[in-house]
Design a protein around this ligand. Structure first.
Ligand SMILES: Nc1ncnc2c1ncn2[C@@H]1O[C@H](COP(=O)(O)OP(=O)(O)OP(=O)(O)O)[C@@H](O)[C@H]1O
Length: 405
């Protein structure tokens, strides 16, 4: 929420220019902030679930998603959509935007957003739908799913409404073995409850997760989603998105151009826009703490250490047990310096001694670690198919963040 001059009180942050009384000559003390000054105009802008007004570089994807869901506005079943792309490429942001437009446009569309990382079962998915429709949690847990789907279907029919559920980070449902049952229960609802219309939007950032391998053919034939692809942002795109956040969230001049370049470079290195947004926030807080009126490189570097650790911990915690064990193995080999250069073949041979694993599964776990930018896989020049494996961060730091071994 932005601060307007009318709402300023003694306890609310004031724009910087109100702290510089014009008549007094400039002194060194005016280059430093008072205890209650802030460089942040709108803290909301840096919250992780903030939906920006302008979603740049995603016009095509927004149109595709809107096109798939728009039949719901006429009371018809929407087309299911599957949004795929690496973390931080704007999938969730695009869904939230289209969902809020649907809600503004029609009361006969009920969009429900479910974060599958925290909601891992069909029961909890339908409990979220129940809560959205009735404004309260279902009375019981541990009851048959039908005790939820019956009232949900009746309410949808009563309202003549179309239900659209977004399963954000849907790949997590496969960890609990619930992907098939959740998709099946949603897309085939019309069979048990004639007249009910539903649509499903899935977002998937795990490159190695292929829904078709875990879905029953009978579910696949009804699900049939439009595939919407989200490619990683280039450096100029990252800079411009961050620039936009700066304009919305900070006072003018707080991030000098050279500092934005530095933050952009670090964001590209981390491979996730979230790191850049987090860096902006933490660099500014560090600058405030040091009583600067603009961010300096040291503030960014200090903030980067914190942001990088937090980001790494989140990434590693989100891994499935298989890739996590493989990462742990790579860290161990790197720390023990068993080999000057670690090729995928050497790694496979060594990892295979610890567990029975096919080369195909190994390659897919390796690819997952690379997609998350935890490792680099580089083709070795003039060495046929040999690939070299590098950790993207210091092994000690990775071990600390993951607490794995
Ligand atoms: N095109 C964009 N314009 C402005 N902000 C963006 C854009 N794309 C992403 N963001 C911001 O980057 C952050 C991460 O985006 P988002 O959560 O949508 O990514 P995601 O692809 O869903 O990631 P994940 O797969 O990890 O869930 C959010 O703060 C979001 O506001």
């Amino acid at each position: 929420m932005s601060v307007s001059p009318e709402t300023i009180t003694i306890f609310t942050p004031r724009p910087l220019n109100q702290y510089h009384p014009a008549p007094r000559p400039l002194t060194m003390s005016q280059h430093y902030l008072m205890y209650n000054q802030t460089l942040i105009r709108d803290p909301e802008v840096f919250e992780f679930n903030y939906t920006p007004d302008a979603i740049h570089y995603r016009d095509i994807q927004l149109r595709q998603l809107a096109g798939a869901l728009s039949p719901a506005l006429q009371g018809a079943s929407p087309i299911n959509a599957n949004l795929r792309g690496p973390p931080g490429t704007g999938k969730t942001t695009c869904v939230r935007r289209i969902f809020s437009e649907l809600e503004e446009t029609s009361s006969c569309v009920v969009p429900v957003f479910v974060n599958c990382e925290s909601v891992g079962t069909a029961f909890r998915v339908f409990a979220a739908v129940f809560e959205r429709l009735f404004g309260q949690q279902p009375p019981l847990s541990g009851i048959p799913l039908q005790r939820l789907t019956d009232p949900i279907a009746a309410e949808l029919i009563r309202r003549e409404a179309v239900l659209i559920v977004c399963l954000d980070d849907a790949n997590y449902l496969s960890q609990t073995g619930q992907f098939d049952v959740v998709i099946r229960s949603l897309v085939r609802m019309y069979e048990n409850y004639p007249g009910v219309k539903t649509g499903v939007v899935t977002t998937i950032s795990d490159h190695s997760f292929c829904p078709l391998t875990v879905l029953d053919p009978a579910v696949i034939s009804v699900w049939q989603p439009d595939e919407i692809l989200f490619s990683p942002y280039g450096e100029d795109e990252v800079r411009s998105i961050l620039q936009d956040r700066i304009r919305m969230g900070l006072y003018q001049g707080v991030i000098p151009p050279g500092i934005l370049d530095h933050i952009t470079a670090l964001t590209m290195e981390a491979g996730d826009l979230r790191v850049g947004i987090d860096l902006l926030k933490h660099s500014v807080l560090t600058a405030e703490r040091d009583a600067h009126i603009s961010v300096v490189e040291d503030n960014v570097n200090t903030a980067y250490e914190t942001a990088r650790g937090a980001h790494l911990t989140l990434l590693i915690e989100g891994l499935k047990p298989g890739p996590e064990r493989l990462l742990s193995h790579i860290i161990q080999m790197k720390q023990e310096e068993q080999t000057a250069s670690l090729t995928s073949r050497i790694l496979y041979e060594s990892f295979k001694e610890t567990r029975d694993i096919s080369y195909t599964a190994f390659r897919s776990w390796l690819r997952r670690l690379s997609d998350l930018r935890l490792i680099d896989i580089r083709q070795r020049a003039a060495k046929g198919n040999a690939h070299e494996i590098e950790l993207r961060f210091d092994p000690g730091l990775m071990e600390n963040c993951a607490d794995i071994n």
